[in-house]
Design a protein around this ligand. Sequence first.
Ligand SMILES: [Zn+2]
Length: 310
Amino acid sequence: MFSRGATNRTAVKRRGLGLLAACFFAAWCPAGSASALQAEVTPRFSVPGNVLVCRAGGLVPTGMVLKGFGQTAPFYYSRSEGDWVALLAVPLTADQGTAPLEIDWSKGSHALSVVVGPDPYPATRSLKVRGLRRRLARAETSGDSVLLRRREEGDAPEPLWTGRFRWPLDGTITVTSPFGARREYNNGQAAWRHQGVDLRAAAGSPVRSANSGRVVLVRRSMALTGGTVVVDHGYGLVSCYFHLSTIGVRRGQYVRKGEALGMSGSSGLSNGPHLHFEMRLHGVAVSPLQWVGNPDERAANLSAPRAKAS
Ligand SMILES: [Zn+2]
């Protein structure tokens, strides 16, 4: 049971040559052999918060998954890439050094690795906020935290997004607090890493979906994140919009790229009007800049597939 990757695009277009190539591969590499599979991961040198792109061609086993950093990512066929692709997040907590990855399928596996460089994010910043203990306690007792984590996993198996992501605000984008920053609240009452980016936004600015997807969480007053919308873009990729003042979408609604989700505000644990914009892959926070603002990052250009590994 193999699906042939389209690394050789000419062979796909020319049926005769495709069959010839398939016969060649079949003769050259026995079923289940790791050497039948051609796979690479980019970038080879990464940092925490980055997305790794694994492309696989040659004889591609059915049901193949990529494992690493505690995640298991299925492969899907990307027409724009012409390959089978799996995406994996390097967590903010990843250790520096060589990290093992593995492509697994029912009858074999294929070892890969990447090198994780030093954490590039800003040092600890102290913040003062009102009502921190009360909000933290409410986040736990209300089930907000559990619900948010569950929705951030996404549930649509195939990518729903198309092309590059856009910033969720109109006009000039100003990042007021970067992804990955270490934060300490109220002299050590709490400390955590900033899982998204804070964007300057006057109260009442339209907040737009960064790409197409399905709204999987709508909450008007979560303890920490305030007015909250989570959009599932499929394949374990979600975008999150926090501290909203008003929300104009329903749970389950499909939205297009740029469609208004609500208005920015300062609800929840917030020191003033802004938009917290977060992206997660397989539940792990990744830098949104890779998806919207960095033209060199190929992960941002992966389009939705026409078929998926099954
Ligand atoms: Zn934030």
